[in-house]
Ligand binder design. Structure first.
Ligand code: 2U9
Length: 344
């Protein structure tokens, strides 16, 4: 049989064999039988040696054509078998990748977090910078330097959480942050101190941990007018341009004079209701001019500088803003409650 006939016979035989191969291992065997070092195609090529140049050219071309054909067929079969193997693996596996993903409810900002950021941003937009401090605080910074005497009722076991380290308490307000700021930086100062504070309190409007934001402004010639101006802008931003505002004289150890600020009741518009306890007014924040004793304690000369300060409880504002009747709803982490604040 001449080479061409033998080639044709090989081509026919193996075209069929490759078609019938069932596994990758089997295909590998066929591949080395045909194309390996001692394979059938190689032995055809070896036969060329004994031929004339013309014959070499003619048969060489024919052998190469069959070789290329086999290579293509084997590649094709390999792809087919690999796809089949993957398909079978997926069929057997427990995971059905065609199932739609499990649905998860999108979250919402907690109303306390939202309100704290909302209020902080208003003061930042007016040029105040944010200061933070530790929640376990020196009694000296939390009370003494704020002009709160040793026998003041706020220091009582009833109100303050003491910890088992002499001289330290859980801060009862964020005011020590401003003490730290004044010890660190010279006036002019315009800072807000947002954060968690702790008091031994628990009822529908009080929680043992709650959030405050306090502000402090110190410069030469700061007066009560500056305080009123800043707080007016703040309250009108939160409650609307037409909100009635009143300042009531009050007392805090760290400010003199001091005032409490009320807004017209947002629920009854001043007529008197359950929320404002019939008064038509809602107490929103406390404020005043920084007491000279506080300036002296941090080494600022009260003859040269003056300043105002204010403080407000975040949960109270959130409760008014979102008409939340009980403070505990803000702490229970009941998702039926939390998810009502989506899209704020
Ligand atoms: C320094 C000097 C003065 C901060 C102030 C208030 C008035 C105030 C309360 C509001 C509701 C606390 O959360 S609340 O219970 N705060 O009424 N806070 S003046 O005065 C300062 C602070 C720091 C160095």
């Amino acid at each position: 049989m001449d080479i061409k006939k033998q080639l044709k016979a090989l081509e026919e035989e193996y075209k069929q064999k490759i078609k019938e191969v069932l596994s990758l291992e089997e295909l590998q065997k066929v591949k080395s039988t045909l194309l390996g070092k001692k394979g059938k195609i190689t032995s055809f090529l070896k036969q060329l040696k004994s031929l004339t140049p013309e014959q070499k050219k003619e048969f060489g071309k024919a052998i190469n054509e069959v070789k290329n054909l086999f290579e293509d067929l084997i590649k094709e079969k390999e792809t087919e078998l690999k796809e089949k193997a993957l398909e079978e693996k997926l069929k057997k596996s427990q995971i059905d990748i065609t199932l739609p993903a499990e649905w998860t409810e999108a979250g919402a900002p907690h109303p306390t977090t939202y309100t704290l950021k909302y209020i902080t941003d208003i003061f930042v937009s007016m040029g105040f910078s944010i200061e933070e401090g530790p929640e376990v605080e020196l009694e000296e910074y939390n009370f003494d330097m704020l002009n709160i005497p040793k026998d003041h009722p706020a220091r009582d076991m009833q109100d303050t959480f003491f910890i088992n380290k002499e001289g330290y308490v859980l801060r009862t307000h964020t005011s020590p942050v401003q003490i730290r700021t004044m010890l660190k930086k010279k006036p002019p100062l315009a800072v807000v101190a947002p954060g968690k504070v702790y008091r031994k309190d628990l009822d529908p409007t009080h929680s043992p941990m709650f959030h405050q934001i306090e502000g402090l402004f110190v410069d030469k010639n700061v007066s009560f007018r500056d305080l009123k101006g800043i707080l007016k802008i703040f309250l009108e931003t939160v409650f609307g341009k037409d909100i009635p505002i009143r300042f009531r004289p009050s007392y805090f150890p760290f400010t003199e004079p001091s005032a409490e600020v009320d807004i017209g009741c947002t629920v009854c518009k001043g007529k008197g209701c359950r929320v404002c306890k019939g008064t038509g007014w809602l107490e929103i924040l406390g404020c005043g001019m920084v007491d000279p004793n506080v300036f002296k304690a941090v080494g600022i000369n009260p003859e040269e500088f003056s300043g105002f300060a204010f403080g407000l409880g975040i949960e109270r504002i959130a409760m008014l803003k979102f008409q939340i009747p009980d403070i505990r709803l803000l702490f229970n982490n009941d998702m039926r409650f939390n998810l009502q604040f989506k899209g704020l």
